[in-house]
Design a protein. Structure first.
Length: 165
């Protein structure tokens, strides 16, 4: 019985102990502007090879813009849409194509489509390094979310070897 009381008191003492300074801070990683630009250029290049005029946005892990590229004949809506896709992917830590399926009318998560700034169309992907979310990339302007997503994936693939910082 005394051993149990001692263990209980020890557990309470550990749980009540103040947090150490190193527990209060979190270290994060993010893409350099150069690496973000490389990903955007590769995504744009892949879409050009397929004959698509698109915009590509790369956002940091918080959803803030790092890079925006718009091909000369991409529609006026494409920069905003690409940035929205990248932001949405980072915000929900999920590819926007998956979110499109999960948020269809009648689905429990369908209300996500009504949140400000959410763009639930294929073409937004998260960028990870060593299992951590570091950025998002969004493409808009190809004929369909699958084509946008393929270009975004090409952008990630172009920098994948440099993501193990």
């Amino acid at each position: 019985m005394i051993d149990r009381i001692g263990l209980a008191l020890a557990a309470i003492a550990v749980l009540a102990a103040p947090a150490r300074a190193d527990d209060a801070l979190v270290t994060t990683k993010s893409l350099s502007p150069e690496l973000a630009l490389d990903a955007a250029k590769a995504a744009l290049g892949e879409c050009r090879k397929q004959g698509f005029q698109v915009a590509v946005a790369v956002v940091d892990r918080s959803g803030l813009p790092q890079v925006m590229l718009r091909d000369r004949f991409a529609g006026a809506h494409t920069p905003t849409t690409a940035a929205g896709k990248a932001w949405t992917a980072v915000s929900f830590k999920t590819a926007t194509g998956e979110l499109a399926d999960m948020t269809k009318p009648g689905m429990p998560q369908s209300g996500l489509r009504n949140l400000p700034g959410v763009v639930v169309l294929g073409g937004g992907l998260i960028i990870e390094a060593a299992g951590s979310l570091v950025a998002g990339i969004g493409v808009s302007g190809a004929p369909g979310g699958d084509a946008d997503e393929a270009c975004a994936k090409a952008g990630i693939d172009a920098i994948k070897d440099k993501l193990d910082f």
